[in-house]
Write a protein that binds this ligand. Structure first.
Ligand SMILES: [Zn+2]
Length: 485
């Protein structure tokens, strides 16, 4: 027996304490609001005037930068000025120091963001048991775009990753306005071109709108555009081939022991930072144009990433192979009416953001979703301490699952019967691995907490997959995704 979210109706019904508290608070708030409304009506009647009309729902611009790890963003303390425009947006809005994606690669992460469900519940990711099988979103699971469309939003998407191809199901709710151009490593629609497409789509008649805008630059290849090239790398002879990212170059890099030479690694990071700078400049132009428009005051801008990138933090490179913080901690900046709250330190995750987007649009929250309404929680003044986060599904290697609870994070590899417990620093990154018996106590506590939130399910629940075209298969291979087992 499956419920509308494609999950068994038993086994997952354990109430989430955070959700329960949120519901309780919302219920008491609703009662209070109803009383206020009645008093407002009576007062209006007494004074001979009507109560003020409800505020119109805001435009929602959701920007996702592919492969952007939080600690390479200026406002998160990066040493190079990679994101002056995003930093400025955050200065007038809010940013979350400890925000997490639900996975470390595009397909499951974006599906969580666009449905509000954890990966084991939407089932869209890699099936570790069947080669080249990725789940497709089941038709009974609603997308954010479908729900926003149903309450009167104009919906559009400009996306550039092959894992966002319509075959995976995330195009639902965008209709004809799902503008998808699958990138290869060597050829992508640039951030500037994507901003042109966004500005052309955002017309005054489209109000309120929900636009998903996705940028691809920080993903391999690292091949910064001429206008940013050299900003951080200088004009000397590169110690690695540029553009960087050919299968051969990556194989050589991954096999190098004990890792690349420090000047090669430093150069890679600087190239990556130049790609981020190119995205930031395009975003700056977008924000500048939108600020001139009359509906800017009623527009919520959200900037986040689908996942990060590893530079040998845990002995690896790229993304999709583990769930450590360099891959799952993402930037999250929000800007809009009532959102000028500055830095927020509590743990939040993408499913909180999904539910928050529905809340902004007045779509009733469904308790079946995985998170709390981000925006109503922060507007109530709760800073989400200490918070938990779940990340699942990897593109390579054995199935993995991670559970973050306050200052600790547990990484489970069920097939290998292996569990790691890590202490986290103030930024939410793994710094010290606990050893027995210190870890045994923590493992037992966290396993219980994880089961209460997620249920005892296999780490790799994957739905039926789409038939991929030859073109998509070749694009996935060009990105290196099908050669790595
Ligand atoms: Zn991605």
């Amino acid at each position: 027996m499956l419920n509308p979210y494609g999950e068994p109706s038993d086994g997952l019904s354990t109430p989430n304490p955070r959700q329960w508290m949120g519901t309780r608070l919302l219920n008491s708030q609703r009662t209070g609001m109803a009383r206020c409304f009645i008093w407002a009506l009576l007062l209006g009647w007494a004074l001979g005037c009507a109560p003020p009309p409800p505020a119109s729902p805001p435009n929602i611009l959701l920007i996702v930068v592919d492969t952007l790890r939080a600690d390479h963003v200026g406002l998160y303390g990066h040493e190079r000025e990679t994101t002056p425009n995003l930093d400025r947006l955050a200065a007038d809005g809010s940013f979350f120091r400890r925000a997490y994606a639900q996975s470390s690669w595009t397909l499951p992460s974006m599906t969580s963001l666009l449905t509000g469900l954890l990966p084991h519940r939407h089932g869209v990711g890699r099936d570790p048991d069947v080669a080249r099988r990725f789940g497709r979103l089941a038709p009974e699971i609603p997308t954010l775009a479908e729900q926003l469309l149903a309450v009167g939003y104009a919906t559009g998407a400009i996306v550039n990753n092959v894992f966002l191809a319509p075959e995976f199901g995330l195009q639902r709710g965008f209709g004809e306005d799902y503008d998808y151009q699958g990138a290869s490593k060597a050829s992508i629609r640039s951030a500037e071109e994507s901003v042109d497409a966004a500005l052309a789509w955002i017309e005054p008649s489209r109000h309120p709108y929900f636009l998903l805008l996705h940028f691809m630059e920080p993903h391999l290849f690292y091949d910064p555009a001429p206008q940013v090239r050299g900003t951080f790398t200088g004009d000397g002879e590169p110690p690695i081939p540029v553009p960087f990212g050919s299968d051969r170059a990556i194989r050589v890099l991954k096999k190098s022991r004990p890792g690349p030479a420090s000047e090669e690694l430093e150069y890679l990071k600087r190239l990556y930072d130049e790609e981020i700078l190119a995205v930031d400049r395009a975003m700056g132009r977008l924000f500048g144009e939108l600020e001139k428009r009359s509906d800017w005051e009623n527009t919520v801008v959200i900037v986040t990433a689908d996942h990060g990138e590893e530079f040998f933090d845990h002995g690896g490179f790229e993304h999709g192979h583990t769930l450590y913080g360099e891959l799952t901690r993402v930037p999250l900046v929000v800007h809009g009416p009532g959102l000028d709250l500055g830095e927020i330190g509590g743990v939040v995750e993408h499913v909180d953001l999904s539910r928050g987007i529905l809340g902004l649009a007045g779509v009733p929250s469904d308790k079946g979703l995985g998170g709390d309404d981000l925006f109503s929680t922060i507007k109530r003044g709760e800073m989400l301490e200490p918070g938990t986060s779940i990340s699942e599904n990897t593109l390579y290697g054995p199935a993995r699952l991670s559970y973050l609870d306050g200052d600790y994070r547990m990484h489970l590899l069920p097939e290998e019967k292996r569990v790691e417990i890590w202490e986290l620093n103030a930024d939410g990154l793994e710094t010290r691995r606990l050893v027995s018996p210190e870890s045994n106590r923590e493992i037992e506590r966290m396993k219980l907490a994880l089961a209460a939130r997620r249920g005892h399910l296999s780490a790799s629940a994957v739905a039926e997959g789409p038939e991929l075209s030859e073109k998509e298969l070749s694009q996935l291979m060009a990105l290196g995704y099908l050669n790595e087992e």
